[in-house]
Design a protein around this ligand. Structure first.
Ligand SMILES: C[S@@+](CC[C@H](N)C(=O)[O-])C[C@H]1O[C@@H](n2cnc3c(N)ncnc32)[C@H](O)[C@@H]1O
Length: 218
């Protein structure tokens, strides 16, 4: 048994749920086709780093005709996500335990994502760790090809420096256009579905920057 299933079994996540929601990206060879994963042609949304799954569970229930793929690196958090999901109410969700990077993106067919959501990506505040940040020029360049024409990228962060870097990276790529005059808003995207980190950081007095970009890739 692999590490993930060991953790999930220890945390009493039912086998049926594990089998229903979890996708092993290794089984998909070179292409993580949404048509194969969801067995339909519906529009697809990717959430990167879905944490405890508050957003993906709420959004998928509200939009049953949209596919939601959540990718999360931490085994422990995969258990929390599965606890937040219900096979009947969230039948349009699948979860992958993986690190998203350009290798992962290369598995996603071009022009297949309607939306990419990244809420509170790890900020790696120390300068020597900035290289670990998810969002950089190379990542955005590759991501733009994965989005459908007029696809969107939604990002939030409570880290001032990372917010500036993210805005600069998008501004340097003419395939994206910010939806906000000054590059961000302070109004939450989904006030009805606050995520764990959003609540935690706001309580500490760190108000997130919310950034939204439209892609022009055709
Ligand atoms: C600060 S937490 C935010 C979680 C959630 N989005 C929220 O707002 O509460 C960052 C999450 O991203 C996950 N993560 C970090 N780097 C990742 C990567 N490259 N690919 C997938 N998940 C990642 C972490 O394990 C963690 O759960």
């Amino acid at each position: 048994m692999d590490k993930l299933h060991k953790v999930l079994n220890n945390k009493n996540i039912p086998q049926l749920k594990q089998r229903f929601f979890l996708v092993d990206s290794q089984n998909y060879g070179k292409s993580l086709s949404f048509k194969d994963i969801f067995d339909n042609q519906n529009q697809s949304v990717l959430e990167i780093g879905c944490g405890r799954g508050e957003l993906i569970s709420g959004m998928s229930e509200a939009n049953p005709q949209t596919n939601y793929l959540g990718v999360e690196l931490s085994l422990k958090r995969i258990a929390s996500i599965l606890r937040n999901l219900d096979i009947n109410q969230n039948s349009n969700v699948r979860i992958i335990n993986s690190k998203v990077d350009i290798n992962f993106l290369s598995l996603i067919p071009d022009f297949s994502l309607q939306k990419v959501i990244i809420l509170h990506p790890d900020p790696w505040p120390k300068k020597k760790h900035h290289k670990n940040r998810l969002i950089n020029q190379t990542f955005l360049e590759m991501l733009s090809n994965k989005l459908t024409g007029s696809g969107q990228v939604l990002i939030s962060t409570d880290d001032h420096n990372y917010a500036q870097v993210i805005m600069e990276c998008f501004a340097a790529n003419d395939q994206y256009k910010s939806q906000y005059e000054h590059g961000f808003t302070r109004a939450p995207f989904w006030p009805e579905l606050p995520t764990h980190f959003e609540v935690k950081m706001i309580k500490k007095g760190f108000y997130p920057y919310y950034m939204k970009y439209l892609v022009f890739n055709h």
